[in-house]
Structure formats: structure tokens, C-alpha cells
Design a protein around this ligand. Structure first.
Ligand code: AMP
Length: 596
């Protein structure tokens, strides 16, 4: 029931008093976006005035936008490498931030094959928490009654390491789930999860997933929403159920936990939760043993109102599969965030995935926008960055941030298109991340990495007098987990000594060994990416591909082989020319430790 009208919000009637405050905060921030941005920048610059980085650019205590923009360069991660390396090696002086660096967040974006290390400070946890606290108040505007049940969320921690200087390095969500903010969060009837903390915090991904699924099944009637961070994660959970429902049903039938679950904290808490329920076990078995899994989500969790899962950006490729398993439930993309900074939220979370826009919250950081004009004909190589309130409707920009943790005019690498404004805060469609060719889960492989992987793998072919004349790639999400497919056209000079199928399998593994650590972690630890596949195509296939492109209007002179394809007629052409398919026979190497 809505609270009294004195607390009403332009966004809609809040569900409770706490929500009213959150919605009011959103209104205040977005109405005063420019002033908030000015204050945020001034705060960041004044508290960090004595840092080595700001002193280097002779800001001399100035904290206004104009001086800042005239003196500080726009940078990328590579520009900050020396500073970051020093912090990682234990230099505790105020290099980037006056506040002590509390840990490193390891981004899924990589640099030289390893995750980027983002220094963060303690108080950033509060800022992230603040953004999280706005999500349910917005959702409650659209979906009533979420306090009457629970959320089944598949949430995971990943491994962490220490830098040579002793700072923890781990993904931002691992840091958040392990924080007191999450572990000792106060009870909120609108935000109750079926997954116990013990299961979420278990670093073994099998035991964690098993327990979370088991708890979700036990409380299937209470589940009102079902989610994971990314769409790929939710599909992995479905796949897990396909593979493990018999064990899960056994546990439910007998009220005892499978011996594969050895984590003491999980065992302790499941003793309290798990009771024999033969009827439920029978139901799970009968649903899961059916050949057809269409709509399985709503069959098992019949009260689910929506899926809470990001399906924007690279995750859009999973929408049809999620539709299939959920019988077309709405998919809510609630927020847009990164290791560097949490950016904003979707104020209309029940909209169609193609219409999702994120409203940037001006209190999170100081945001600038670099006009993105790939076909800039004026030859202007340094377009002027604009402030948040000055972005123009319909235009595309690259996001540039200045954060409390000490990133100054840092290019995030995301391309966003302005779709509107909420008050004076812009709303953006996530267009894409720059330079990402292939992505299955949180892995991001660019053209140079793919090229290097092909080069390394093709070294195995030299003794067979064979070379790769052309290649392209495809992120195959038809399998769960999805996997990379690389199409190779080979030039075999000595037919009598052509490479064997076994050798081509090894080429798959050699490619995987060359790919970045996020890819390899997905293969090894998270099981979120399947074995890489090479499909060898007939000679002349890539020429046909060119003919096809030219027939559709491509210029002969400027034609370049696309290094990644996903257009159905092209896929059909390639697949119809496949002579053999090969899969990686083993897991590539991966350990939490960084290679450099
Ligand atoms: P990471 O640094 O590993 O946390 O990854 C952050 C990146 O994930 C962002 O810069 C985006 O490219 C992507 N991302 C995060 N949230 C979303 C979203 N809601 N929609 C699309 N892409 C997203």
C-alpha cells in the first residue's frame, strides 16, 4: 500500500516511508545535477589537493571545473600504470588519493592480459551501498507486493589475491558481498533473499551454486523475483539445475545435504534449513525430467514476477534464451556500474530490454562526456568534453570519470547514447564497450588479443607446412555455457602431411592459453565459458564472404575481413562451408595470481 501523499514522489507513490526518502533523494540529485557535479568535483579536488598526481598538474588548490579541465589530461588505464604499480608494490604515500587505498578492485577489463587494478578507498563502499539502496524503492513503484516474498539471486564471490605490497585485489562484488554492509544488512522485507550468506560467501562455485539452488527450490512458492548479476549467470544456474536436479531432489527427499557439500559454514546453516519434503522432491523430479524445459522458471517458481538480470550491452545476446526458459517474463536491468565507479540506475526497470536507459546519479563521481564520432569528418581529433547537463539528446559519448578514489578524467571505455533526461540528469542507452570483439560472460576479448591467439596457435601448424590464411570469430551462446568459435581457412601446402584433428584440438587450447586472464578464469574457475572451438572452412570461403559483403554494398577497395561475425546469412554461409570442427581438449592455465 502506498504511503500518505505528503511523501509522494514525481516518480510515483512510494511503497513505504523509507522508499519515499530514497525517491526524494533521486529527485534532489537529478534536479540539481549541475550543482551536485560542481560540488562533487570541488570535494574531490580539495581533499586530494596534496596528492602527487594533482600536484604534478599544478592545480595549485583550484577546484573549479574550468581550471581542472584546462590542466588535467584525459587518460586511460595505461597512463596510470606506473602509479598503480607503485601502490600495488606498497607505496602508501598519497599518490592518487589522500585517503588510504583500502584495496584494489580487479576489473573484468584487462591490460596486457591481466585484470586492471582499480585502487579504491573505504568510503566508496558507502557510495555503492547508497546506489543499491535506491534500487528497490524504484522497483516497488512498478511491482507491488515484493515484501510478501523473496528474491532468488545467484550471487558469487570470486578468488582474491594480495599485491606485492599486501593490498587485497578482488572483484568489486566480492568486496561488497564480504563487507559488513552486505553481511550484516538490516532486515528489509522488500529485500529478502533465499540464498543464505554462507552460500553466497563460499568461494567454491559448485558448492555455492548447489546450495543457492537448493534453497531456491525449498522456497519455490515464496520466490517473487529471480536474478543474477548478468544474464549469463542466470543461464548458468539453469544449466546447473539441468545437470544436478537429481542430487538436489535426493537432498530434498531425505532432508540431508549431499556429501559433495563440505563447506562447514554451509553445512551448519543447511542443517537448520533442510527438512525432508518428499512431495517437493517429487515435483522437482517430475518437472526437471521432462524433455522440454521451455518455461521451466515459471513452472518451478510460479510466483516469479520478473527476472532481475542485466541484459544490456554484451548480455543482450542472451535475451531469446532467457525468454525461452522464463516464458517471456519481464527482465529488469536495474543498474549500471563498474569497478571504477557505480554510475547510475534505471528509473523504469520494467521497460523492454531494448529500451533500457540508465540515469547517471550526479553524486557518485564527476562525469564528463567525450563526444564519440567515429566518422568525424571535420578532422577534429580532440573533441571537447561536455558536462553531464550539456549532453545532447541522441548523441553518443564515451564516459570519462573523476572519482573520490583518485581517478582523474579517466576514460571508462563505454559508449553511451543519450535517450532523455530525468530532471536535469541525462539518461543513457548503453551502446557498447569499446574494442570488445567477443564476450560470453564477463570476459572481453579485443581484436588484438584474438589476433595474437590465432598467431600463437598457428605456430603449431608450421611443421605441417600449413598456415591460417583467414579467420573470423563468433560468440556462440547457443550452448550453455557459451563458447568462442573461430573459423579458420587453412592453406595446406603438403596434403600428404596435413595437420591432424588432434593437432587442431591442440590449436584450440593454444588459443585459450593466449587469451586474457578473465577468459581463462571463466573457463577454469567459474565454468562460465565452454571449450573454444575451431571450425575449419573450405578454401575460398572467405572470398565468398567478401563477395557477399560487396553484393550488399561494401566497397571492394576498403573491404576488410570482419574479425567477428553474428549476422545470420554470414553465419549460414560460414557454417555451410565447415569441413571439420575441433574443441579444446583441456582447460587452459589459470591461477588467481597475476602473471605479471
Ligand atoms: P567491471 O569493471 O568488470 O566491473 O565491468 C564494468 C563494465 O561492465 C562497464 O564498464 C560496462 O562496460 C559493463 N556494464 C556494467 N553494467 C552494465 C549494464 N547495466 N549494461 C551493460 N553493460 C554494463
Amino acid at each position: 500500500m502506498a504511503v500518505d501523499s505528503a511523501l509522494s514522489s514525481p516518480l510515483g507513490p512510494p511503497a513505504c516511508e523509507k522508499d519515499a526518502k530514497a525517491l526524494q533523494f533521486i529527485e534532489e540529485m537529478t534536479r540539481n545535477a549541475d550543482a551536485v557535479q560542481e560540488t562533487v568535483l570541488a570535494e574531490i579536488l580539495s581533499r586530494n589537493a596534496k596528492t602527487e598526481y594533482l600536484k604534478r598538474f599544478k592545480l595549485d588548490g583550484a577546484n573549479d571545473r574550468e581550471t581542472y579541465k584546462s590542466k588535467l589530461p584525459v587518460i586511460t588505464y595505461e597512463d596510470l600504470q606506473p602509479e598503480i604499480q607503485r601502490i600495488a608494490n606498497g607505496d602508501r604515500s598519497a599518490i592518487l588519493s589522500a585517503h588510504p587505498v583500502s584495496e584494489f578492485l580487479t576489473s573484468s577489463g584487462t591490460s596486457a592480459g591481466e585484470r586492471k587494478l582499480m585502487p579504491t578507498i573505504q568510503e566508496e563502499l558507502d557510495r555503492r551501498q547508497l546506489l543499491y539502496s535506491l534500487l528497490m524503492p524504484v522497483m516497488n513503484l512498478y511491482v507491488p507486493g515484493l515484501d510478501k516474498g523473496k528474491g532468488l539471486y545467484f550471487l558469487f564471490v570470486k578468488s582474491e589475491t594480495k599485491t606485492p605490497g599486501g593490498l587485497l585485489a578482488r572483484p568489486v562484488l566480492t568486496s561488497y558481498y564480504k563487507s559488513e554492509h552486505f553481511k550484516t544488512r538490516p532486515y528489509d522485507p522488500y529485500n529478502v533473499y533465499t540464498s543464505p550468506n554462507e552460500a553466497i560467501l563460499c568461494a567454491d562455485s559448485f558448492q555455492s551454486m548447489y546450495t543457492q539452488m537448493l534453497c531456491g527450490l525449498l522456497e519455490r512458492q515464496q520466490v517473487l523475483r529471480l536474478g543474477a548479476v548478468f544474464a549469463s549467470g542466470l543461464l548458468r544456474a539453469i544449466r546447473f539445475l539441468q545437470l544436478n536436479w537429481r542430487l538436489l531432489a535426493d537432498d530434498i527427499r531425505t532432508g540431508t545435504l549431499n556429501p559433495k557439500i563440505t563447506d562447514p559454514a554451509i553445512k551448519d546453516c543447511m542443517v537448520r534449513i533442510l527438512k525432508p519434503d518428499p512431495e517437493l522432491a517429487e515435483f522437482v523430479s517430475s518437472e526437471c525430467s521432462k524433455e522440454n524445459w521451455e518455461g521451466i522458471i515459471t513452472r518451478i517458481w510460479p510466483n516469479t514476477k520478473y527476472l532481475d538480470v542485466i541484459v544490456t550491452g554484451a548480455m543482450a545476446q542472451y535475451i531469446p534464451t532467457l525468454d525461452y526458459y522464463s516464458g517471456g517474463l519481464p527482465m529488469a536491468c536495474t543498474m549500471y556500474a563498474s569497478s571504477e565507479c557505480y554510475f547510475g540506475l534505471n528509473l523504469n526497470p520494467m521497460c523492454k530490454p531494448s529500451e533500457v536507459s540508465y540515469t547517471i546519479m550526479p553524486n557518485m563521481a564527476y562525469f564528463e562526456f567525450l563526444p564519440h564520432e567515429p566518422t568525424n569528418s571535420s578532422g577534429d581529433s580532440s573533441p571537447k568534453l561536455v558536462d553531464m547537463v550539456d549532453v545532447e539528446m541522441g548523441k553518443e559519448y564515451e564516459l570519462v570519470i573523476t572519482t573520490y578514489a583518485g581517478l582523474y578524467r579517466y576514460r571508462v571505455g563505454d559508449i553511451l547514447r543519450v535517450t532523455g533526461f530525468h530532471n536535469s540528469a541525462p539518461q543513457f542507452h548503453f551502446v557498447r564497450r569499446k574494442n570488445v570483439l567477443l564476450s560470453i560472460d564477463s570476459d572481453k576479448t579485443d581484436e588484438a588479443e584474438l589476433q595474437k591467439a590465432v598467431e600463437n596457435a598457428s605456430k603449431l601448424l608450421t611443421e605441417f607446412n600449413t598456415s591460417v590464411v583467414e579467420y573470423t570469430s563468433y560468440a556462440d551462446t547457443g550452448t550453455i555455457p557459451g563458447h568462442y568459435v573461430i573459423y579458420w581457412e587453412l592453406l595446406v601446402k603438403d596434403q600428404a602431411n596435413s595437420p591432424s584433428g588432434e593437432l587442431l584440438n591442440r590449436c584450440c587450447l593454444a588459443m585459450e592459453e593466449s587469451l586474457n586472464s578473465v577468459y581463462r578464469q571463466g573457463r577454469v574457475a567459474d565454468n562460465s565459458i565452454g571449450p573454444l572451438e575451431i571450425r575449419v572452412v573450405k578454401n575460398g570461403t572467405f572470398e565468398e564472404l567478401m563477395d557477399y559483403a560487396i553484393s550488399r554494398g561494401a566497397s571492394i577497395n576498403q573491404y576488410k575481413v570482419p574479425r567477428c561475425v553474428n549476422f545470420t546469412p554470414i553465419m549460414e554461409l560460414l557454417d555451410s562451408r565447415v569441413v571439420s570442427a575441433h574443441f579444446s581438449p583441456a582447460l587452459p592455465h589459470w591461477t588467481p595470481e597475476r602473471r605479471r
